[in-house]
Design a protein around this ligand. Structure first.
Ligand SMILES: Cc1ncc(COP(=O)(O)O)c(C=O)c1O
Length: 400
């Protein structure tokens, strides 16, 4: 199946590519024309292993027929219907199906269209909840250094990647950050959860001392990917959970990349043994066949916000495409595929081999760390003189 009919685009100018060195790309484009299973194919028909599942989103492989057909069927039945003041059956079905697989208690689902779009409602629901329970002084949000919660202003503000922030001014006020947990001097070449660093969660205690009872929520990725695979130290998330409970703070997990099997369970929360109050997800929710994101919240949070509101709309937030019928169809089909394939169990079954493969790179020139958990591995290269990411860029070129 290496024959590709796709023509090359003859004008690359119009598309302002996201998170891309546009000038370099357009001088030397890398195009992917087709995908199937675990491979991409270039316009020339060259096969490339998709080692990152797209952008961490095609969890069950590309082009799953069950999902494609579900989208096609739904497109014929109904292309679009609003979810503001109206409803359509398939979106309720998708929410109920999702609530079956989210961690126990997180059974109210707010739909969005991406991971970025999920950060805002998660943060807004946390603020609305604190207000509804009579804690309206809790208007402060805590993120973490090197965290990534997408490109919206809410997610960027609690996020902690310098390059994503520095072009865009002051961002949200009343935000503070925990330290990140990356510490090669203690944890280099760790397999599974690194041993050192649980105490870094205690910084939340210092932030409470600093900010008093004004903190509404803490948002972290249980395992972070965007700023270089940061695996939580043993006991770290448990400590965060304890401190949030002690101080009346909600704990939000961003499970956009850890959801849907990647860590050997449906969500990272299960494998890591800590259940948050609110969880964001996207990517694998539809196996990336149609954009969709979601926020799952504990029903107590839903009831506090909804039951305490005056008659009328209880949460002033939503998107035209919250629960788009094609996305809902794709999500249901994707969850069927994950269940039929038993994707989390398959991830667990191969993680040992994956770990051994990743760590076999130890000892190669410039490899200063290998770390892994579930089906995620980070291979860290020492920076070239004065050029932090240049070496990694050259490795990508060579691999392609
Ligand atoms: C943890 C996390 N949150 C949010 C996002 C943003 O998701 P999206 O690109 O779908 O907006 C990403 C994307 O990589 C992510 O890794």
């Amino acid at each position: 199946m290496n024959e590709i009919a796709a023509p090359r685009p003859n004008n690359l100018d119009a598309f302002w590519m996201p998170f891309t060195a546009n000038r370099a790309f357009k001088a030397a484009p890398r195009l992917l024309a087709r995908a199937e299973g675990m491979y991409y194919y270039t316009p020339e028909g060259r096969e490339i292993v998709d080692g990152t599942a797209g952008l961490w989103c095609c969890n069950a492989g590309h082009g799953r027929r069950e999902i494609t057909e579900a989208i096609q069927r739904q497109a014929e039945v109904m292309d679009f219907a609003p979810t503001f003041m109206m409803g359509h059956p398939i979106v309720f079905q998708a929410a109920a199906r999702l609530a079956e697989v989210t961690p126990a208690g997180l059974d109210r689902i707010f739909f969005t269209n991406s991971g970025s779009e999920s950060a805002d409602p998660a943060l807004k629901i946390a603020l609305a909840y604190q207000r509804a329970r009579g804690e309206s002084q809790r208007g402060r949000l805590i993120g973490r250094e090197r965290g990534y919660h997408g490109g919206g202003f809410g997610g960027m503000s609690v996020g902690g990647i310098g390059n994503n922030r520095k072009q865009f001014g002051a961002l949200l006020p009343y935000v503070d950050h925990l330290p990140h947990t990356h510490a090669l001097e203690h944890n280099a070449f760790s397999r599974g959860l690194p041993a050192w660093g649980a105490h870094l969660a205690d910084t939340l205690e210092s932030l409470v001392t600093l900010h008093g009872d004004t903190i509404a929520a803490v948002i972290v990725e249980p395992l972070a990917g965007s700023a270089g695979v940061l695996i939580p130290p043993v006991g770290y998330l448990q400590r965060l959970r304890e401190l949030c409970d002690k101080h009346g703070i909600l704990l939000i997990f961003d499970e956009v990349i850890t959801g849907f099997g990647r860590l050997g369970t449906m969500f990272g929360a299960e494998r890591l043994g800590v259940v948050p109050d609110i969880m964001t997800m996207a990517k694998g929710l539809t196996n990336a066949a149609v954009p969709m994101g979601a926020v799952a919240v504990k029903s107590e949070i839903f009831h506090t916000v909804v039951d305490n509101a005056p008659a009328g709309i209880e949460l002033f937030h939503g998107y035209t495409y919250s629960g788009h019928p094609l996305a809902a169809a794709a999500a249901i089909a994707a969850m069927d595929v994950y269940r039929a394939d038993d994707l989390p169990a398959r991830a667990r079954a191969i993680e040992g081999a994956f770990e051994a493969g990743a760590h076999s790179l130890r000892g190669l020139p410039n490899v200063i760390d290998v770390r892994n958990f579930g089906l995620v591995a980070g291979i860290e290269l020492g920076p070239g003189p004065g050029k932090a990411a240049e070496r990694a860029g050259r490795v990508v070129e060579r691999l392609l």
